[in-house]
Ligand binder design. Structure first.
Ligand code: ACO
Length: 381
């Protein structure tokens, strides 16, 4: 590395030839080598399977330090946001670079409220999925189809982005709730403007003509936390997919639908479902932890401990810690005891003392406890 008045560079020597590559430094001292002109300068490309060492862009949104277990959105610590903000405020922060003032928040909420319905014709789509269809599949189909009903407007691209992204944030909740209602064979419950973002979602999910749903503030608070913790996570698999598909110039709905499909995978967002399957299996197998720990360590066995390990975090995922606390809290408030939480606690304790997991820095990730908290809120697997 060379430093001085000229921007710092790294030297790359290939044979006798030395090339200077610009160094980039992030706001918190994180460092990168800019290889965007490498091929042009040297005739070489880089080989980096899984992009373990590659950032596809610089970002002013999310900072994460996988060694220290730090995550922040636009400079605000994730725990601070999860404990003190609404999901709508955090969504505004991610989109607009700052937390909203009172007026901005009211106007953003107003737009979310205005966009909450989906075109009535789209409701017929739900009738044509087989009953066992995965909600992720329904979500991606519905989001992909939104462009036919709500084309991005053709004026200022920045205004269009604002409108389309706000539409998505609003409608995705209605789609998810309608998909659940259809799967239950229950009548749909429409969005209400007197409820908060999370309260509205829960009401659309659980209100029934025969039994009114009481929106409990503790449940709203837990869901709010979950949405904040999942609002952004740098250049992960689904975000990279959205960016890649979007780079072809498709509409935002199509790019997001592609991201939903990436998120579906059991190694990514689908891990929380896999965690529940795994905990249920262990529970049904007389809590035979040893057997499953050994299976996870066996290289000839494809079984992995779901909810353990992370591409970036080599310590406890900070989101996992917050969810675990929220999980304990909500179970206490609702006076529910969940045997799966005990299984999860015990499994974590055993794995974290095991050399295999210690050596490889495998800790619980965000999905380890999130799989447990959703059913507690009434949201089934
Ligand atoms: N159980 C057992 N062994 C594991 C696990 C696990 N959950 N995770 C990683 N390992 C082992 C690997 O076998 C490998 O061992 P080796 O060095 O002896 O070959 C080593 O740890 C490193 O694993 P990699 O797969 O190289 O780690 P990578 O960073 O590529 O993978 C991943 C990260 C995909 C998340 C992985 O840890 C995993 O499969 N975890 C289970 C699925 C999961 O929980 N995904 C959710 C992630 S959070 C999210 O996406 C929202």
């Amino acid at each position: 590395m060379t430093h001085g008045k000229t921007p710092p560079t790294a030297e790359l020597k290939i044979g006798d030839q030395v090339y200077n590559l610009p160094l980039v430094e992030g706001t918190r001292g994180d460092k990168a080598i800019d290889i965007s002109r490498l091929l042009q300068k040297t005739g070489y490309i880089t080989l980096d399977p899984g992009f373990k060492n590659t950032g596809s862009c610089t970002s002013a949104i999310t900072f994460l330090d996988g060694k220290e277990g730090i995550l922040s959105y636009r400079g605000y610590d994730i725990e601070d946001l999860a404990n003190n903000c609404s999901f709508v405020e955090v969504a505004f922060l991610l989109l607009h670079d700052k937390l909203p003032n009172e007026q901005e928040l009211e106007s953003f909420k107003g737009l979310i409220e205005r966009f909450a319905l989906i075109h009535e014709d789209m409701i017929h789509f739900f009738d044509h999925f087989p009953s066992h269809t995965s909600p992720m599949s329904i979500l991606s189909v519905m989001v992909n189809s939104l462009c036919n009903y709500y084309p991005e407007m053709s004026g200022d691209p920045l205004v269009d982005f604002d409108i389309t992204s706000t539409r998505l944030i609003s409608k995705i909740r209605t789609i998810a709730a309608f998909s659940y209602k259809k799967s239950m064979g229950h009548p749909l419950v429409y969005p209400r403007s007197d409820l908060s973002y999370c309260g509205n979602f829960l009401n659309m999910m659980f209100d029934k003509p025969v039994r009114r749903y009481i929106v409990r503030p503790e449940v709203v608070a837990a869901l709010n936390k979950l949405l904040i913790l999942h609002a952004d996570h740098e250049q992960n698999c689904s975000t990279s997919t959205v960016r890649l598909v979007g780079s072809a110039g498709v509409n935002l709905y199509a790019a997001i639908a592609a991201g939903i499909n990436a998120l579906w995978g059991p190694l990514h967002g689908g891990a929380n479902e896999a965690v529940i399957d795994m905990l249920e299996t262990i529970y049904a197998d007389d809590s035979n932890f040893k057997k499953y720990i050994e299976k996870a360590k066996d290289k000839n066995d494809p079984f992995r401990l779901s909810g353990f390990g992370h591409r970036v975090y080599k310590t406890y995922d900070p989101r996992g810690k917050i969810i675990k606390k929220a999980c304990d809290e909500i179970l206490r408030v609702l006076e529910i005891s969940d045997p799966l939480l005990d299984i999860a606690d015990r499994l974590e304790e055993i794995a974290r003392k095991d050399e295999y997991f210690i050596e490889r820095h495998l800790y619980p990730n965000v999905d380890f406890y999130s799989g447990i908290i959703y059913p507690t809120l009434g949201i089934p697997k």
